[in-house]
Write a protein of this length. Structure first.
Length: 335
């Protein structure tokens, strides 16, 4: 970007006026570009949330949705987008914002009530001193997330029942879902992610994640643009070396080095092929037999779609060799 010449003491009035006018024009142009980009971002996030709600039937006519507010960028963005969608949705549903004040030292108790009052959404602040419980039970230096999460979850489920809410909305996004997948693979030996919609263990509540399709970096930019009054977490947010942080750093590094890889990984969560995994509960490996007929999705189809992958980009190779092509070059049959 070309910078304007600096203002000097001996600059004439005409030159000074021209200089200031040029600066004003550049500032106006930058402001217009920024507004244009933010409008695109807002439309994209609203479209992604609307698509997720539609794809998984997250919100139905007559629902009362409890939007869980932590004070972080994700929950602010979720509430903001859901309130906007509520105004133009073809169905009628209620929204109530709920924050669990866990009595963390220095927590600014006034911030969320003031914001929620300002935007005009019904809300409830539930005060429970889970902070003291966690600090008492978990030894210093150990991860507090698991216990904190269980305590918080139980309280929020109770509040949902008391408020008569039919859905509980959490602010997890696409990156959270991928991080959870890899955490379970690396540390739990299970292929399990974070579903966009689920029924709680006790069968009493339906939990939804309307931002399942949204990128974290988009939500961070959106929060900055909307100037949400972010409240940092002094309990889990201050811990170093967490497994989730490791997964976040790994995925972000892939995203920087190999554009498109993270998108493909997320899309893969919706394209599961049980016959090409190893879970005997999902596919009857013990009973399958040769039929003499081609099998759709079998090894032949798999090989024709498979590329070795470029060592530099990690993306599928452009050249694909089919079994028919191999036969054409005269490889002899065994025996």
């Amino acid at each position: 970007m070309t910078q304007a010449a600096p203002v000097t003491p001996d600059m004439s009035a005409e030159l000074l006026a021209e200089h200031l006018s040029r600066d004003a024009s550049q500032d106006e142009a930058r402001a217009k570009r920024h507004a244009f980009e933010m409008n695109k971002l807002s439309k994209r996030l609203h479209r992604e949330v609307g698509q997720a709600i539609t794809d998984f039937n997250m919100i139905e006519d007559g629902d009362k949705v409890m939007v869980c507010m932590s004070g972080g960028k994700d929950s602010y963005g979720m509430l903001d987008i859901l309130m906007n969608l509520q105004k133009r949705a073809p169905i009628k549903f209620e929204i109530v914002a709920v924050n669990l004040d866990q009595k963390q030292p220095g927590f600014p108790e006034h911030v969320l009530p003031e914001y929620l009052t300002k935007v005009g959404v019904p809300f409830r602040i539930e005060e429970q001193d889970t902070y003291s419980v966690v600090k008492k039970v978990i030894p210093e230096g150990k991860t507090t997330c698991s216990l904190c999460s269980r305590l918080r979850r139980g309280i929020l489920y109770r509040v949902a029942t008391e408020l008569g809410c039919t859905k509980i909305a959490l602010g997890h996004h696409r990156d959270d879902i991928l991080q959870t997948l890899f955490m379970n693979m690396f540390f739990g030996s299970t292929m399990k992610g974070m579903p966009p919609k689920l029924v709680t263990d006790n069968g009493e509540h339906v939990v939804i994640r309307p931002m399942a399709y949204c990128r974290e970096k988009d939500l961070a930019t959106y929060a900055e643009w909307r100037a949400f009054p972010i409240i940092p977490c002094n309990l889990c947010g201050s811990q170093e070396g967490l497994q989730r942080q490791q997964m976040r750093e790994m995925i972000n590094e892939w995203d920087r080095k190999f554009p498109g890889r993270v998108d493909n990984m997320f899309t893969a969560l919706s394209n599961i092929v049980p016959s090409h995994m190893m879970d005997r509960k999902l596919y009857p490996f013990e009973t399958i037999k040769a039929t003499g007929l081609p099998m759709k999705g079998g090894d032949i189809a798999f090989d024709e779609d498979e590329g070795c992958g470029d060592s530099n980009t990690g993306l599928p190779a452009e050249t694909k060799v089919s079994l028919s092509a191999i036969g054409a070059i005269g490889i002899r049959k065994a025996g």
